[in-house]
Write a protein that binds this ligand. Structure first.
Ligand code: HEM
Ligand SMILES: *[C@@H]1O[C@H](CO)[C@@H](O)[C@H](O)[C@H]1NC(C)=O
Ligand SMILES: *[C@@H]1O[C@H](CO)[C@@H](O)[C@H](O)[C@H]1NC(C)=O
Ligand SMILES: *[C@@H]1O[C@H](CO)[C@@H](O)[C@H](O)[C@H]1NC(C)=O
Ligand SMILES: *[C@@H]1O[C@H](CO)[C@@H](O)[C@H](O)[C@H]1NC(C)=O
Ligand SMILES: CC(=O)N[C@H]1CO[C@H](CO)[C@@H](O)[C@@H]1O
Length: 329
C-alpha cells in the first residue's frame, strides 16, 4: 500500500518535471565549465557514470543520499575538486575525510574504475562526483535528467582543518546558514532549495539529540520527538550512536519535496533544518516548495549545477586522478 502510493507519486512527479525542465540549459556565462566537456575525449563518460550509479542505487537504495552528500561536502571545501575523496598518507594524515564520516567512497571508486575502463586518464573524479549527484536526482528523485557542466580538474590538497571552516554545523541559526552559503556564492534561495536534500538519507542521533534532551525543542512535533526518544539515547549515554532516517514520514530513500512538508509539520531532525521556518521569506519559500514539487525540482537541479561550479579547477590546474582516493604519483 505505502509502496504503491509512493510509486505513483514518483511517476506523477516525473510527468510534471518532464514538462517543467525539458533539458533546460542555464547560462554558463559566469562558469569556466562546459556542457558535454567529454563529448569528443570520452563520449561514453556520462552514460557510464549513469549506469554504474543506477546499479549502485538499485542494489542499495541508501546510496543515492551518500553520493549527493559527498558532492556537497566536496564543493564546500576547497571547491569541487574531489579533495574529499583523498585518503590519508604518511605525509598527510589529517585529510578532509577524517573530519566527518561520510558514506559512498567505495561507490565512487567503483564508478571511477568503470570510467577508467572506457577512457583511461580522461575523466576527473570531481566531474564523476558531479555527474553521480545529478544521476542520483534522476534515479532516487524521479527528476528528468538535466545538463551538468563539466571540465573540473582534481586537486592535490586535502586538509581536515578546511572542513571545520567550511561545512555548516547542524546547530547553526538562520543568519549563520545564510552567511555560510553566501561565502560560496550561494543565495538564501539556494539554501532553502538545496536543504531539500535532507528529504533522503540518514543522520546520527548525536547530531540532533540536543533537540530531544533535557527537554524537547518546542518547534519539534511532540509525537515525532517521542518516537525519536525511543531510538536515541540521552546525550552522555555511553555506547551506540544510532542512525535514523532524515525523512521519517515517507520513503526515506526518495529525494523529494516531502522535506518541506515535514518542516512545516515540525518533523525534521536538525536545528539548521527547522531554522528555515525562522524568517518570513524562507518560511514562504518552504511553503511554496511543499506544495509544488515540479518548481522545487527545477530549482534544485539549477542550484545543484550552481553548487557544482564553486571554486573549480579547470584547464591545466590540478590533475585527472587515476584513482579517486590518491593523487597521481
Ligand atoms: C544547510 C546546511 C547543511 C547542514 C547543517 C547539513 C548537515 C547534515 C548533517 C548533520 C547530516 C547527518 C550526518 C550524520 O549524522 O551522519 C546530514 C546528512 C545529509 N545531508 Fe546535509 N547539511 C546541510 C546541507 C546539505 C546540502 C546542501 C546537501 C546536498 C545538496 C545535503 C545532503 C545531505 C544528505 C543527502 C544527507 C544524508 C547522508 C547519508 O545518508 O549518508 N546537506 N547533513
Ligand atoms: C550491494 O549493497 C550491499 C549493502 O547493502 C553491499 O554490501 C554490496 O557490496 C553491494 N553490492 C554491489 C554489487 O554493489
Ligand atoms: C613526503 O614529504 C617529504 C618531505 O616534504 C617529501 O620529500 C616526499 O617526497 C613526500 N612523499 C610523498 C609520497 O609525497
Ligand atoms: C504531531 O504529529 C502527530 C502525528 O503525526 C499529529 O497527530 C499531531 O497533530 C501533531 N501535532 C501538532 C501540534 O501538530
Ligand atoms: C511563493 O509563491 C508565490 C506564488 O507563486 C510567489 O508570489 C512568491 O513570491 C513565492 N515566495 C517565495 C519566497 O518564493
Ligand atoms: C521570526 C522567528 O521565527 N524568529 C525566531 C527565530 O528563532 C529564535 C530562537 O532561535 C526565536 O527567538 C525567534 O522568535
Amino acid at each position: 500500500m505505502a509502496t504503491s502510493a509512493c510509486k505513483s507519486k514518483t511517476m506523477l512527479l516525473m510527468v510534471f518535471v518532464a514538462a517543467a525542465l525539458v533539458m533546460s540549459t542555464p547560462s554558463l556565462a559566469q562558469s569556466p565549465l562546459q556542457y558535454n566537456f567529454y563529448g569528443s575525449s570520452c563520449p561514453q563518460a556520462e552514460a557510464t557514470v549513469r549506469s554504474v550509479t543506477e546499479g549502485i542505487i538499485k542494489n542499495d537504495t541508501t546510496m543515492g543520499a551518500a553520493l549527493m552528500r559527498l558532492f556537497f561536502h566536496d564543493c564546500f571545501v576547497r571547491g569541487c575538486d574531489a579533495s574529499i575523496l583523498l585518503d590519508p598518507t604518511a605525509n598527510n594524515t589529517q585529510v578532509e575525510k577524517k573530519a566527518i564520516a561520510l558514506r559512498g567512497y567505495d561507490a565512487v571508486n567503483k564508478i571511477k574504475a568503470a570510467v577508467e575502463a572506457v577512457c583511461p586518464g580522461v575523466v576527473s573524479c570531481a566531474d564523476i562526483l558531479a555527474f553521480a549527484a545529478r544521476d542520483t536526482a534522476v534515479v532516487s528523485g524521479g527528476f528528468t535528467t538535466f545538463y551538468m557542466p563539466s571540465g573540473r580538474r582534481d586537486g592535490v590538497v586535502s586538509r581536515l582543518f578546511d572542513v571545520l571552516q567550511n561545512i555548516p554545523s547542524p546547530i547553526l541559526k538562520l543568519p549563520d546558514l545564510i552567511n555560510n552559503f553566501a561565502a560560496k556564492g550561494l543565495t538564501v534561495d539556494d539554501l532553502v532549495t538545496l536543504s531539500g536534500a535532507h528529504s533522503f538519507g540518514q543522520a546520527h542521533c548525536s547530531v540532533f539529540n540536543g533537540r530531544l534532551y533535557p527537554t524537547v525543542d518546542p518547534t519539534m512535533n511532540a509525537t515525532f520527538a517521542d518516537a525519536l526518544k525511543t531510538v536515541c539515547p540521552a546525550p552522555g549515554t555511553s555506547g551506540a550512536d544510532p542512525v535514523v532516517s532524515n525523512n521519517r514520514v515517507t520513503d526515506p530513500n526518495v529525494l523529494s519535496n516531502q522535506y518541506y512538508s515535514n518542516l512545516v509539520a515540525g518533523k525534521v531532525l536538525f536545528v539548521s533544518d527547522q531554522q528555515l521556518m525562522n524568517s518570513t521569506y524562507t518560511a514562504a519559500k518552504v511553503a511554496n516548495n511543499s506544495g509544488d514539487a515540479a518548481t522545487w525540482m527545477g530549482q534544485f537541479a539549477a542550484a545543484l549545477v550552481k553548487m557544482g561550479s564553486i571554486q573549480v579547477l579547470t584547464g591545466t590546474a590540478g590533475q585527472v586522478r587515476k584513482y579517486c582516493n590518491v593523487v597521481n604519483s
